[in-house]
Design a protein around this ligand. Structure first.
Ligand code: LLP
Length: 411
């Protein structure tokens, strides 16, 4: 179900014509739909109902406090990768017992805080980190639940920059080394090894990489069972992709669910998921105003007031986010039309079309599917403040994060 649609040529998110919001709020701004967020979370949960997993929303995909509080009400836990994200998850009311902490470079301060808060799992990514956890746990006189993030050396068949599960990626520990660590677990008096975790990449649309991961983990689990390690959890990470255009297929969650159900039964463990994009990707759009149309040889640029600092995915990954006008008209310009931002980089470009409707100064457009890794990857480049975040709930909307004051950057 998609809550973004045209009605009588006007673009609506839920029951609000987005043009109505532009009369009150300065562009660019991020606009989220609460119904879409709830739908996505509940849909994910329903798809895996027979597995009854702990769903830990991946806070890096969108760290807006209000959105995370709403997910908490639906039963979500959190996957965090920094003390900042951990504090946001706790502030949103998520129980520490539903929080997992991943990342290759957790500092002593971060580990100490997580250990004091007694979170569900620290997913360790190196032997050095495991030694550090043991030391800090000892200082705190606490036994800490640890998962080991496995690097299964499996290709996620996704963009290279968001692929994490090959042996030359910095993430995780090989199965051989993990086996050694389990064999020597008595070295780590203050650690209870309760889980293994895996996350091979993001925006994965093909089921096969997940199949391979499940097979590899099942084989590994059999091996460690033989040395007396019986895991409580297997954390399968996130990574399930979403369609970014009409021609993209949906990822088949049901098919994945059937595989995971079989996996859970054979391995007799609890399952954890860490979805980000599939929960919040299509819950957000970025609303922007045309500053100038600009004719150039063989093409037309539409310079809008949103830029790569608001949404870096096109520049960073070549991602294509569709752009819609807030008000459709019938005058089609049959010319290559490229949407660009005002930032002084040629990579500050969003998307090109062979033809597009005529747009003038002051017209508004909507950049789709920016709920995940939109605002959370934003920057202040070119001394541009962070844009406001607005939440729609049926026929009401409210600002859930104010636009950053420009003055706060001029100091
Ligand atoms: N768990 C771990 C350990 C992760 O590293 C990630 C994402 C997730 C879960 C959530 O993955 P998701 O379900 O959202 O695919 N900035 C990139 C994506 C980077 C993903 C990093 N890790 C982008 O905009 O495409």
């Amino acid at each position: 179900m998609n809550f973004l649609k045209f009605k009588n040529k006007k673009l609506f998110f839920e029951n609000i014509a987005i043009s109505k919001v532009t009369t009150r709020v300065k562009t660019p701004f991020y606009l989220y739909s609460l119904s879409q967020l709830r739908f996505n979370f509940n849909n994910f949960k329903k798809s895996f109902i027979k597995i009854n997993p702990l769903i830990c929303f991946s806070v890096k995909s969108n760290s807006n406090l209000k959105l995370i509080s709403e997910l908490k009400k639906l039963g979500s836990g959190a996957d965090v990768v920094s003390i900042g994200e951990l504090k946001i998850a706790l502030k949103a009311g998520i129980s520490p017992k539903k929080i997992v902490f991943s990342g290759v470079g957790k500092t002593e301060e971060e580990l100490d805080f997580a250990i004091k808060k007694e979170i569900l799992l620290i997913n360790a990514e190196s032997e050095a980190e495991i030694r550090a956890i043991n030391k800090i746990a000892k200082k705190n006189n606490k036994i800490v639940s640890v998962g080991i993030r496995i690097n299964p050396n499996i290709s996620a068949k996704t963009n290279k920059k968001i692929s994490t599960g090959k042996k030359d990626n910095k993430f995780g520990i090989s199965m051989n080394v993990c086996l050694e660590i389990f064999n020597n677990q008595y070295h780590y008096e203050y650690i209870k090894f309760e889980a293994i975790s895996v996350h091979i990449g993001s925006q994965i649309m093909d089921i096969n990489p997940f199949k391979k991961v499940l097979n590899a983990l099942s084989n590994f689990n059999k091996k460690i069972n033989l040395i007396g390690i019986n895991l409580k959890y297997i954390d399968l990470g996130g990574g399930t992709g979403i369609p970014y255009s009409n021609s993209d297929k949906k990822f088949n969650l049901k098919e994945y669910s059937n595989l995971v159900l079989k996996f859970k039964k054979t391995n007799n463990v609890e399952i954890i998921f860490e979805p980000g994009r599939s929960i919040c990707g299509n819950t957000g759009v970025l609303i922007s105003k045309v500053i100038y149309p600009k004719d150039a040889p063989g093409k037309k640029f539409i310079v809008i007031d949103a830029a790569m600092n608001d949404l870096i995915r096109p520049a960073l990954y070549g991602a294509k986010h569709q752009i819609y006008p807030l008000l459709k008209n019938n005058s089609i310009v049959k010319k290559n039309t490229e949407f660009v931002g005002p930032v002084c980089e040629s990579s500050d470009t969003f998307i090109s079309y062979n033809k597009y409707q005529k747009l003038n100064e002051g017209d508004y457009v909507c950049i789709d599917n920016i709920g995940a890794y939109g605002r959370s990857l934003a920057s202040n480049y070119n001394t541009r403040p962070y844009s406001a975040e607005i939440l729609i709930n049926k026929n009401k909307y409210k600002i859930i994060k104010q636009r950053q004051k420009l003055e706060s950057l001029i100091n």
